[in-house]
Design a protein around this ligand. Sequence first.
Ligand code: ZN
Length: 108
Amino acid sequence: MLSNYPPGVTGNEYAIAGGRDIEVEYECSYEAKMVTLHTALDLVQKSPTIELAMQELVAQSEVVDRTVCGFKGIVDAEEFDNTAVLTCPWCGVEREIPVYPETGENSE
Ligand SMILES: [Zn+2]
């Protein structure tokens, strides 16, 4: 079949055709940076402005805790070539997970 694509390119590639919208069951094990509300409020109360409090928060790595995100649920994803690309609704990290194309089920 004639096409305008270079040899080896079919036009079905993700970059050209895009993915298929699916929903996948996702459990997030990403280790995210977390700040407790107590820590954030404490910094806001000590700082003259919220902007300065936020700057201090970013600068002080010791006030930032690390914890596993722990999200578990159904998320919208884009599937291509048995891989689902999704963004975790809790921690915002972008993940690629293998899926079964027929069902959209997580095959990890
Ligand atoms: Zn997450």
